[in-house]
Every structure is written in structure tokens, then in C-alpha cells.
Design a protein around this ligand. Structure first.
Ligand code: AMP
Length: 117
């Protein structure tokens, strides 16, 4: 069994978080250290540690994460100007929390995606 992270406690509302959306499959909450005016994390309620651990049975949940992210972007008023969805994976992807999460970032021009080496 994969080890739970702080995100499982957020899903169960055992620790405070600014939850903007929750249903039976996903939870979305504001990032504690926002890197843009809107910075929200959309996570599956099921613990999937990294993108490498996703299986075909997770397809519907992973798709739902994208739909929810789009709905939140519209509610936040950033859909028209655009935004960025990021999922980091593993060490090279700089994933810090081992419970997959889609970063929804927007509210200002975000620049090019990666620093050029
Ligand atoms: P990543 O580097 O992709 O794993 O991103 C992890 C994100 O989780 C970072 O942007 C953190 O600021 C955020 N984070 C960590 N702990 C919390 C928390 N308790 N509430 C909200 N966001 C958090």
C-alpha cells in the first residue's frame, strides 16, 4: 500500500485547506504557496502516488480531474485569457508530494514553460 501524504488529510478535512471543489472522485484546493494569482491543485481522492502509478482503471478519474480543472478555471475567471495545467512526476519532474496533483495556474501571463538550459 502506498504511504498517505498530507493530501489524504486534506481530502478527509482533517487539516485545514481552502477547498474550492470536492465530489466523490476529486478534491481541489488552493496551493499553500501560490506561484500565480490562481494556483489550485486538483487531486484524485484515491491515492495514486505518481503518474507512473496510474492504471487503466484510473482513466475516468484522471479525465474528471481535467474537466474539473476547466470548470474551476471558468469560475476563477481565467479561462478566456488562458492558464497552465501541470503534473510533475518523480525526481526529475520535481514532484514533492507523492499523491498526484494537477496544478492549475493562471491570472497572469506565465511565460514560456521551461527555462532554456
Ligand atoms: P509538486 O512539486 O508538484 O509535488 O507540488 C506540490 C505542491 O503542493 C506545492 O506547490 C506546494 O506548495 C503544495 N502544498 C504542499 N502542502 C500543501 C498544503 N498543506 N496545502 C496546500 N498546498 C500544499
Amino acid at each position: 500500500m502506498p504511504e498517505e501524504t498530507i493530501f489524504s488529510k486534506i481530502i478527509r478535512r482533517e487539516i485545514p485547506a481552502d477547498i474550492v471543489f470536492q465530489d466523490d472522485r476529486v478534491t481541489a484546493f488552493r496551493d499553500i504557496a501560490p506561484q500565480a494569482p490562481t494556483h489550485i491543485l486538483v487531486i484524485p481522492n484515491k491515492l495514486i502516488p505518481t503518474a507512473n502509478d496510474a492504471t487503466p482503471e484510473d482513466e475516468a478519474t484522471l479525465g474528471h480531474m481535467f474537466i474539473v480543472a476547466g470548470e474551476i478555471a471558468r469560475k476563477e475567471g481565467i479561462a478566456e485569457d488562458g492558464y497552465r495545467l501541470i503534473m510533475n512526476c518523480g525526481e526529475h519532474g520535481h514532484q514533492e508530494v507523492q499523491h498526484i496533483h494537477l496544478h492549475l495556474l493562471g491570472g497572469r501571463p506565465l511565460g514560456s514553460m521551461l527555462k532554456r538550459a
